[in-house]
Design a protein around this ligand. Structure first.
Ligand code: S3P
Length: 426
């Protein structure tokens, strides 16, 4: 049980851990590359450690040298058949992206995950991968994990994604590396493009034309990857500082890829003062130091067009909405219902326990503010982002907020509460 006390303000400078999406991709691409890849800033969170363990089971050598991860890849189609079930833990990215790679290998594999992941939809990747020639089965008529994959020679497809999802897009593009012909994916809206950018660093070109991406089969060459700080982790600190008047926090080295940085735009629209300093590019990813000052916030409308760029930040944005003046409406976010938990109903349930009224919609939520956050006992539902969003609510509350099942924070942000403690000022 974690007890969070209210604070007056946050002050100081810090770094958030490495980006989860980028860390997963670095291990996967390194694993199928020829030669050695070094990764700095890798996120040692539970999700990315699951990816490492899965690739180790397929013969990939992963070594830790101080803060650097060194991976000796097995080359194109060089992975070996795993002798046991691969466990993706809580990580949708591990399961879905790895399924794309496994579909192109001449062997059989089975991937499972924890209770949450086994409940999440997998037909979204199974459908296009089957079209490419992979044989994929699973529970509930092939829709849920454990998934059994019989990979083999794939053929390229052209595929229109039913939802804007980087996980589906990446699964198909990664399978495309092993397919005959040119694979094309078209998205309804732009989702995060880390796979496309990182493939460039490994020597593979992904052509972009509006919302379409194409890739040809190709062999990857090992490289050096620097993982920027995760903007999705920074979001918890940004919201806490934004809501606490008088706060001033600087977050160094944060990834500000435009497909991910909706949280900055939305907080600015709400009235937060955010300065984006020292912008630079590292390994094809834009990064910057973010400086935020807390002020009074106003409500905001967040519609479908913004959602992919801040999908993982909505739980904590709901907390900001409770503190902001006016009515915040979040719509077009039905994907939240199939994340680690149903984040619309889980957030509404937990916010209500600390006195925040939330109207849930099928595809979002409406929150009138400002509302007083009271103390209470809440449950994380085993979802790292719910746990941290409610910890932020605790910092802003009138009384103590107790959070059970809080260890899941380590899925994406090990040391979250330590960083918060360092920033507390009064
Ligand atoms: C991720 C993509 C997003 C995001 C998830 C990580 C990725 O999921 O919610 O936390 O690394 O590609 P979808 O692409 O399914 O929306």
């Amino acid at each position: 049980m974690l007890t969070v006390h209210s604070v007056k303000k946050l002050n100081g400078k810090c770094r958030v851990p490495g980006d989860k999406s980028i860390s997963h991709r670095a291990v996967m691409l390194a694993g199928i590359s020829e030669g050695k890849t070094t990764i700095d800033g890798f996120l040692k969170g539970e999700d990315c450690l699951s990816t490492i363990r899965c690739f180790e089971q397929m013969g990939v050598l992963v070594q830790e040298e101080k803060d650097r991860i060194c991976i000796v890849g097995k080359g194109h189609k060089g992975l070996s058949e795993p002798k046991n079930v691969l466990d993706a833990g809580n990580s949708g990215t591990t399961m879905r992206l790895m399924a794309g790679i496994l579909s192109g290998q001449n062997f059989h594999s089975v991937i499972t995950g924890d209770d949450s992941l086994r409940g999440r939809p997998m037909e979204r990747i199974a459908v296009p991968l089957r079209k490419m020639g992979a044989i994929i089965d699973g529970r509930e008529n092939g829709k849920k994990a454990p998934l059994a994959i019989r990979g083999g020679q794939l053929k390229a497809i052209e595929y229109e994604l039913p939802v804007a999802s980087a996980q589906i897009k990446s699964a198909v593009l990664l399978a495309g590396l092993f397919a005959e012909g040119t694979t094309r994916v078209i998205e309804p809206r732009a989702s995060r493009d880390h796979t496309e950018r990182m493939l460039g660093s490994f020597g593979i070109t992904v052509d972009t034309d509006g919302l379409s991406r194409t890739v040809k089969p190709g062999k990857l060459k090992g490289t050096h990857i620097e993982v920027p700080g995760d903007i999705s982790s920074a979001a918890f600190l940004l919201v806490a500082a934004a809501c606490l008047e008088g706060s001033e926090v600087t977050l160094e080295n944060v990834g500000i890829n435009p497909t991910r940085s909706g949280i900055i735009k939305v907080l600015q629209q709400m009235g937060a003062e955010i300065m984006i300093n020292h912008q630079r590019e590292v390994g094809g990813e834009p990064i910057a130091d973010l400086n935020i000052r807390g002020t009074k916030l106003n409500a905001v409308e967040i519609g479908e067009e913004m959602i992919p760029s801040l999908i993982d930040e909505i739980p904590v944005l709901a907390v900001a909405a409770a503190c902001a003046r006016g009515t915040t409406r979040i719509t077009g976010a039905s994907e939240l219902r199939v994340k680690e938990t149903d984040r619309i109903s889980a957030m509404a349930e937990e916010l209500e326990k600390v006195g925040i009224e939330v109207t849930t919609l099928e595809d979002g939520m409406v929150i009138n503010g400002p509302q007083k956050i009271k103390g209470g006992r809440i449950d994380s539902h085993g979802d790292h982002r719910i746990a941290m969003a409610m910890a932020v609510a605790g910092l802003l509350s009138e009384d103590i907020v107790e959070i059970s099942n809080e260890s899941c924070m380590a899925v994406s942000f090990p040391g979250f509460m330590d960083i918060i403690r360092e920033l507390i000022d009064g």
